[in-house]
Design a binder for this molecule. Structure first.
Ligand code: FNR
Length: 423
């Protein structure tokens, strides 16, 4: 990105405006959320927008940004800006990445492939979720060599965990993000009120149903439970069966008669995560892969110290967008302490609450090495498919470029705590 990145996007929009066209996907964040809400089912919107409990963590994430104000500077030569960053040994064209988001087909049929392509076109790596709607191999082949990372939910089956890691390596993923804050699903009232968990309907388990180890476990389960009575048939149960069957590999007609879709859901619910994991388990993960290991969900300085001691390659300060613990510390409030503890030894990535280019600036100023975009790109995807996700990312990059210039910064290294004042 050079001088023109922010201005190029503005000019494109304003010149379109002269011709009577306004952006397909709203630029203003509240209007983007509204457009996405209109485009999604009520269950899908609740799943994406919802957070844990009273959703105070999600609002704390936003309020924390309000406590840091950017101080504009004048009369500095900011004619060209360099937004590149070095991360995991590679120089990247932007400091952004797409945070891993499960069940993207709830937003739009373009789903994981659409989001990954939107990022790839802008040099933004995508973190492919273990709860994706599309097998990782299909996404990485669709983005043809553009950078992808794999987000791992560490299953209670080691064999399955290893198989997912091997597939991530084989499909060219360049880092392993191990999400540690979701060994249990948070208490999410919006989803509970609708009785809606996508996985229980066979959605968001494509990495599993495309996995040979997982399918072996499913077949073992079927063999062991042949004699069990089938659940009572209700109209909703039939709808769910059709939904599950349409998302299981193989033809719908075959799946409707097969025990596999239901057994796959049950096996997934049993194996999803391992709440007994402790620091020494990371030694095993390190022993099976050479990919950079990045721990996602670190909020306590002692856990950052643990990460350093265990020799991982990076951490992500994140509270999962407030979806796990209500009343939790805002991720942005946790960031500076963790950056101080880590003291440059490994990259400290950040997500949770980033909505704009100015937010990206603040997170970088507080020491983030790269910044994860979550819900905004999902809303773009919902409102306009792949093109909508791309527009949202372009808008964030444009605003970030303009903010850098107006704050007097020409490189990411210049975006330090000194560029901020208390709010
Ligand atoms: C997530 N997040 C997430 N994280 C992860 O490690 N694996 C996953 O499968 C998912 N799935 C997921 C689904 C949805 C609908 C959301 C909103 C979030 C968390 C995600 O990576 C990131 O931490 C948050 O999205 C950051 O918060 P904001 O900025 O989106 O509010």
């Amino acid at each position: 990105m050079t001088e023109s990145a922010g201005r190029a996007r503005q000019s494109e929009i304003y010149l379109d405006g002269v011709l009577g066209r306004i952006p397909r996907v709203p630029v203003s964040y509240p209007r983007l959320v509204k457009a996405a809400k209109r485009a999604m089912s009520k269950e899908a919107f609740a799943y994406v927008a919802g957070s844990a409990g009273l959703e105070t963590t999600a609002s704390a994430n936003r309020r924390a940004f309000g406590r840091h104000r950017i101080v504009p500077r004048v009369l500095k030569d900011v004619g060209t800006r360099d937004p590149t960053v070095e991360l995991f040994g590679t120089r990247r064209s932007t400091p952004l990445y797409l945070a891993p988001i499960g069940v993207l087909d709830l937003a739009h049929a373009d789903a994981d492939t659409g989001a990954a392509r939107a990022g790839a076109g802008l040099g933004i790596p995508v973190a492919l979720s273990t709860q994706a709607s599309t097998p990782m191999e299909r996404v990485t082949s669709a983005i043809r060599g553009a950078e992808a990372w794999y987000q791992l939910y560490w299953s209670s089956s080691r064999e399955l965990t290893e198989s997912l890691v091997r597939r991530a390596e084989a499909s060219g993923c360049e880092a392993l993000l191990v999400t540690l804050d979701t060994h249990l699903l948070g208490w999410r009232p919006r989803d509970l009120d609708l009785g809606f968990l996508p996985f229980a309907r066979g959605r968001g388990i494509a990495q599993y149903t495309s996995d040979p180890v997982f399918m072996r476990l499913v077949n073992g389960r079927i063999a062991a439970t042949q004699a069990r009575p089938r659940p009572k048939v209700t109209p909703q149960a039939v709808r769910t069966l059709v939904e599950m069957s349409s998302r299981t590999p193989g033809s719908l007609a075959h799946n409707l008669r097969s025990p596999v879709p239901r057994a796959a859901v049950e096996t997934f619910l049993d194996l999803f995560a391992d709440p007994t994991l402790t620091w020494p388990d990371l030694t095993w993960l390190r022993s099976i892969t050479n990919l950079p290991i990045v721990l996602k969900g670190v909020l306590h300085p002692d856990d950052a110290r643990g990460a350093l001691d265990s020799g991982v390659d990076g951490i992500i300060v994140s509270n999962h967008g407030g979806r796990q613990v209500d009343g939790a510390v805002a991720a942005l409030d946790a960031l500076p302490n963790i950056v101080d503890v880590v003291s440059g030894r490994i990259p400290v990535l950040f997500d949770s609450g980033v909505r704009s280019g100015a937010d990206v600036f603040v997170a970088l100023a507080l020491g983030a090495s790269a910044v994860g975009i979550g819900r905004p790109y999902v809303y773009g995807l919902a409102a306009g498919g792949e093109a909508g996700a791309r527009d949202v990312l372009r808008n964030i990059l444009a605003e970030f470029d303009i903010t850098m210039a107006l704050a007097g910064c020409t490189t990411i290294a210049e975006i330090t705590r000194d560029t901020l004042a208390p709010g």
